[in-house]
Design a protein around this ligand. Structure first.
Ligand SMILES: *Cc1c(COP(=O)(O)O)cnc(C)c1O
Length: 837
């Protein structure tokens, strides 16, 4: 067990201060927002381009964390004296120390460990391999896609003496990274999934990339891969042969098999709608041929499943047993979905697996939710922990308070057998999922946030289905990972020290304000902005504590502003006088001054500045100014750049006069999304990010840099055959044609926000990956599309209205509007589903 006094020797660091008390270290902690058990956690103050863990030391110390690894040369906020009871070890690089400790932990166990890398499919292959081997082994594996420099050490830290097999994935983006991961994983077996073009940027050539990835396998006994990836095969021969590594390759090419380059020949693949039959020939120990059915038809899934299949053959599992295990393979749910459910409940759906590491991640996700709803955990037996039941469930129970769980529903014999450790909670236990469903009464759940976390075999998707409202087949799927990707894209464009305000007006551009704001708060943006006071109140009621600017506060909302600490934008003398009157009666939140530099919409003009300055100066005792802002009229159009520069120049003339009159500095901000990219030198103190966060490239300069955030999905309600010469829908506008057509009716109409202008062939949707044009008029609750050319299209199929493959920018142009309008028009009756990978 790891003890604080061992740290200097293990990490090569030096002791700065011993802690007052130091229980053995159980948890490695990297994020002050994820504290579970502070006393036995060791915090690593990691530093990166946009991040410095040392900044959070006061917060961690207040929460009870007492054991720290910090970096030489970093400043401890408040000085060492601020942490009298804490222990500190100083190292050159905290990340390296984390990896060294994980490598040391790994070394304590003698067991076979798979290392998995490759361009695609790492997570799926890892999950499937674990599923295929779980009948024989107690497996410790990386949770989700924990394959980075930070994720790998945290994964390996979960190993215990009871585990009989480890399966860890490793992902890299630059030269030099794999050696560090190999040192932590210390794999004895290797699996190289494939080679694609992902992350090419960090490498000079594909050869360099494959050589770097191959470094994971330099110490393995056996490497599994597909020899048809010629670069992988060549690198394996070159780098691993000299070390006598066994190359256990499979191939689809008879030539390679005949030449002895592969152990298994896969041939005669016959794909049907949802499965593929393969024949696999094996040369050793004696020639054999087997036939297996893989429960997938798409090429990537088949390749991923074949990797797992050859590992089972190599382990000499009986063919009939192999088939049984293959039959149980399921597509891997890569994302944690948040779904709206009955009676104002929300369900976090995580029903793929349930080991201790996965449970921790799911509880983290629950803890990060700011919705003030009662929290219930529906949990199956926790598998593969390598711990005895009593210790395991005691640990599970210890994780629950930090996530705010007040009610536990345990399903399974093991968890039911350890009820006593959950004494502090409201509880119910069931032997299996059927027993729960038989007793299920929807009315027992109201306004709750439910985490449904169960191992595959418990089939918890049935529980999720029972909770979900099935009232309307149209949803707006909001990808929170894409949103974070876009946030970071703009963050990288900010000059050092420039603050970020994010516009979450209009229901966060249609994406759902509370959820988006929650995520932005977690990612520590500086300010949020909404249009109206009500929107700000809603955010506060959902637990958002960031400063919030309200752009259009009505005079009768001042009391609300005060109560919820919302900061108004003031754009006229009239409003300023009203607000000053209120501020003389009671302390009011600070204001933001809107300056008009050319938009001619709202704001003080340049000629108003002397009077404005004098008025603010005279009332300095009652009112504080937080910032001054202006808005560019045409930030996205190069043709108006001279005008934009004129606006920025006027702003730069006006603000010093205001600051001089006030006698203190205020934040100055002028740029929206397009401005951030197009006027990078004009970032005074803060910028205001809007549409770009939601994945729309407002500047037209970085078409591939952003990820689409919102996907509007609907379903086909019915498919009809329309004989030649007939028309479709209202006003008989769906034109008659000379041939028969198949027409699908979709569950979306203009009341959902699907614009009527998309009617009669202007709009298209994606069904089974193909475009289907709208026929006839768009109706209130439905519309019709032509699916004559789409084989197999049928009722119940999904249709993408906009999203990847059908961009907002393109659709908006077709009806002469802008992406902003399409996004914000999606009506509130359309359910929002939030997904994270
Ligand atoms: C909406 C808004 C923004 C954001 O604009 P985008 O073009 O969406 O980036 C910035 N400033 C003000 C004042 C706004 O109203």
């Amino acid at each position: 067990m790891l003890q604080f006094p061992d740290l200097p020797a293990l990490t090569g660091g030096s002791l700065l201060q011993l802690p007052a008390a130091a229980p053995p270290i159980q948890r490695l902690l990297l994020d002050s927002r994820r504290i579970e058990t502070p006393a036995d956690s060791l915090f690593f103050a990691l530093r990166g381009p946009q991040h410095d863990g040392h900044r959070y030391l006061p917060e961690l110390y207040r929460a009870g964390v007492r054991q720290f690894v910090v970096e030489a040369g970093a400043e401890l906020p408040g000085g060492l004296a601020a942490y009298p009871a804490a222990g500190f070890v100083v190292v050159p690089e905290a990340l390296a120390a984390l990896q060294t400790l994980a490598a040391h932990h790994r070394q304590r166990f003698k067991l076979p460990v798979f290392g998995i890398t490759g361009s695609n499919g790492k997570t799926i292959v890892k999950e499937w391999l674990a599923q295929l081997l779980s009948p024989d082994e107690l497996i410790c594996k990386s949770p989700r896609s924990y394959n980075s420099q930070v994720g790998v050490p945290l994964s390996v830290w979960e190993l215990t003496a009871q585990h009989t097999l480890g399966i860890f994935e490793a992902g890299i983006s630059e030269p030099g990274e794999m050696a560090r991961l190999a040192r932590v994983i210390q794999p004895t077996l290797g699996l190289f999934t494939n080679l694609g073009t992902a992350h090419d940027a960090g490498f000079a050539s594909p050869e360099e990339k494959v050589a770097e990835k191959m470094r994971l396998f330099e110490e393995v006994d056996t490497l599994f891969y597909c020899a048809d990836h010629a670069l992988i095969h060549a690198a394996a021969c070159r780098q691993l042969r000299p070390a006598r590594t066994r190359l256990a390759a499979w191939t689809r090419e008879t030539r390679r098999y005949a030449a002895g380059e592969a152990h298994w020949l896969v041939r005669g693949e016959e794909a049907s709608a949802d499965r593929t039959v393969v024949r696999v020939e094996q040369a050793h120990p004696q020639p054999e041929e087997y036939t297996f059915t893989l429960p997938f038809a798409d090429a990537p899934s088949v390749e991923n499943a074949l990797h797992g299949l050859v590992v089972l053959l190599w382990r000499q599992v009986e063919p009939a047993e192999i088939q049984r295990r293959l039959d149980r393979l399921q597509p891997v749910a890569m994302r944690l979905e948040m779904k709206q459910a009955l009676h104002d409940c929300y369900v976090l759906d995580d029903t793929y697996n349930n080991d201790l590491a996965g449970l921790r991640l799911a509880l983290d996700a629950l803890a990060r939710q700011t919705r003030r709803l009662r929290r219930t955990l529906i949990l199956s037996d926790v598998l593969e922990s390598g711990l005895g039941g009593a210790e395991l469930y005691a640990r599970v129970a210890a994780l629950l308070p930090a996530a705010g769980v007040v009610r536990l529903i345990g399903i399974g014999p093991e968890i039911s057998g350890h009820q006593d450790v959950f004494a502090g909670l409201e509880t119910a236990f069931y032997p299996d999922t059927e027993a729960f469903l038989a007793a299920f009464r929807p009315e027992q759940f109201r306004q709750e946030l439910l985490l449904v976390k169960g191992a595959r075999r418990y089939g918890f998707e049935r529980i999720v289905a029972a909770f979900q409202q099935k009232i309307h087949g149209t949803v707006l799927e909001v990808n929170l990972d894409a949103l974070v990707h876009n946030l970071n894209f703009y963050r990288r464009r900010l000059l050092p020290g420039v603050k970020l305000m994010v516009m979450v007006k209009a229901f966060a551009y249609g994406s759902g304000s509370a959820e988006v704001a929650n995520l932005l708060q977690f990612h520590r943006v500086d300010y949020l902005a909404v249009a109206y006071a009500d929107e700000g109140v809603d955010l506060r009621q959902h637990g958002i504590s960031l400063p919030i600017m309200v752009m259009n506060p009505a005079p009768d909302s001042f009391e609300v502003l005060r109560q919820y600490h919302l900061e108004p934008e003031i754009y006229s003398f009239e409003r300023l006088h009203d607000y000053l009157a209120a501020a003389r009666r009671a302390a009011m939140p600070p204001v933001h001054l809107k300056l008009d530099t050319g938009m001619r919409r709202l704001g003080f003009g340049e000629e108003d500045v002397p009077e404005l300055g004098a008025l603010l100066h005279a009332n300095a005792a009652h009112l504080r100014v937080a910032s001054a802002l202006t808005h560019l009229a045409s930030a996205d159009e190069a043709g108006h750049d001279a005008f934009s520069r004129g606006q920025l120049a006027a702003f730069a003339r006006m603000t010093p006069l205001l600051e001089w009159a006030l006698g203190y500095p205020i934040l100055k901000h002028a740029l929206n999304t397009a401005g951030i990219v197009r006027f990078p030198q004009a970032q005074p103190d803060m910028v205001r990010l809007g549409i770009g966060l939601y994945g729309v490239d407002a500047s037209g300069q970085e078409p591939d840099a952003l990820r689409p955030v919102s996907t509007l999905r609907t379903t086909i309600s019915q498919v009809k055959t329309l004989p030649a010469g007939h028309t479709v829908g209202y006003g008989r506008r769906g034109e008659a044609t000379a041939h028969d057509r198949r027409i699908a009716t979709l569950a979306i109409g203009y009341a959902d926000g699907y614009d009527r202008r998309f009617g009669n062939g202007v709009g298209e949707v994606l069904i089974r990956g193909q475009r289907a044009p709208v026929v006839g008029s768009v109706c209130m609750d439905m519309c019709m599309v032509d699916v004559t050319h789409i084989a197999g299209a049928q009722a119940g199929d999904g249709a993408v209205v906009f999203g990847a493959g059908l961009t907002l920018t393109d659709l908006a142009a077709r009806i002469g509007t802008i992406s902003y309008e399409l996004l914000t028009n999606v009506s509130e009756r359309v359910k929002r589903v939030f997904v994270a990978e």
